[in-house]
Write a protein that binds this ligand. Structure first.
Ligand code: ADP
Ligand code: AMP
Length: 206
C-alpha cells in the first residue's frame, strides 16, 4: 500500500463526495465498508443477510464481520493510495486495522476528521439521492441530479434512521478522534463549508 488515509466523520459529512474527487484527480482507491455492505445486501449474499437488519436500524454491523471484510480487501490494495471511508467506526476496528497494517510494516498516514454540525448532517442526508447506475451521489437542493437521471433514496436516509445513525456516531465512532489524536495522526477539516472549500482543505493536508 501507498498512502493510507482515513476519512472520519458522521454520516452525511461529505466523505463519499470528497473521495469521489480524490479518486478522479489523483487516482486514489476508496474502500467504503458501507458500499461493500450495500452491494452484499443487493446480491443477497450471506454477508448481506447478516448485515441488513443492523443497517436498516441505523446500528453498526458487528466488528467481527467488518474486520473480516477488511482483512479480505487489504490484500487487493497492493501499493495503491487508499482512502478508508466509513471504516474504522469503533475502537476495536481501529485496533484491528493497526494490527493488520503493522504485520505488513505499514501504518495509517493521516486521519481526516470531517467536523460538521448535526443539523447540517440531517439536511444533507434527508436530501441525499443516488444514481443507482453509477453510484454517484446528489442532493435534491445542494447538488441536484441532471435532467433525465433517475435517482433513488437510500433506505437508511429516512429521518428516524438518520437520527439513530447520528446517535451511534457520537457514542461509538467519535471516540476515534481521540484515539488518533493521541497517535498524532488527526487533522480536522471544517466540513460545514461547501464542497470546493472542503476539498481545498483536504488537499492542503495531503
Ligand atoms: P458521507 O459519505 O459522509 O455519508 P456524502 O458524501 O454522501 O456523505 O454527502 C451527503 C449528502 O450531502 C449528499 O447528498 C451530498 O451531495 C451532500 N454534500 C456533500 N458535501 C457537501 C457540502 N460540503 N455541502 C453541502 N452538501 C454536501
Ligand atoms: P455508510 O454508507 O458508511 O453510511 O454505512 C451504512 C451502514 O453500514 C451503517 O449505518 C452501518 O450499519 C454499516 N456500516 C458501514 N461501515 C461500518 C463499519 N465500519 N462498522 C460497522 N457498521 C458499518
Amino acid at each position: 500500500m501507498g498512502k493510507i488515509i482515513i476519512f472520519l466523520g458522521p454520516p452525511g459529512a461529505g466523505k463519499g463526495t470528497q473521495s469521489e474527487r480524490l479518486i478522479k484527480e489523483y487516482g486514489f482507491v476508496q474502500l467504503s465498508t458501507g458500499d461493500i455492505l450495500r452491494e452484499a445486501v443487493r446480491n443477497g449474499t450471506e454477508l448481506g443477510k447478516k448485515a441488513k437488519q443492523y443497517m436498516d436500524a441505523g446500528q453498526l454491523v458487528p466488528d467481527e464481520i467488518i474486520i473480516g471484510i477488511i482483512k479480505e480487501k487489504l490484500n487487493e490494495l497492493k501499493d495503491k493510495n487508499v482512502i478508508f471511508d466509513g471504516f474504522p467506526r469503533t475502537i476495536p476496528q481501529a485496533e484491528a486495522l493497526d494490527e493488520m497494517l503493522s504485520q505488513e510494516g505499514k501504518e495509517v498516514d493521516v486521519v481526516i476528521l470531517f467536523d460538521v454540525d448535526d443539523e447540517e448532517v440531517i439536511k444533507r442526508l434527508s436530501g441525499r439521492r443516488i444514481d443507482p447506475n453509477t453510484g454517484k451521489t446528489y442532493h435534491i437542493i445542494y447538488n441536484p441530479p441532471p435532467e433525465g437521471i433517475e435517482v433513488i433514496q437510500r433506505d437508511d436516509d429516512k429521518e428516524e434512521v438518520i437520527r439513530k445513525r447520528l446517535e451511534v456516531y457520537h457514542s461509538q465512532t467519535e471516540p476515534l478522534a481521540d484515539y488518533y489524536k493521541k497517535k498524532g495522526k488527526l487533522v480536522v477539516v471544517n466540513a460545514n463549508n461547501p464542497p470546493d472549500d472542503v476539498y481545498n482543505q483536504i488537499k492542503e493536508v495531503l
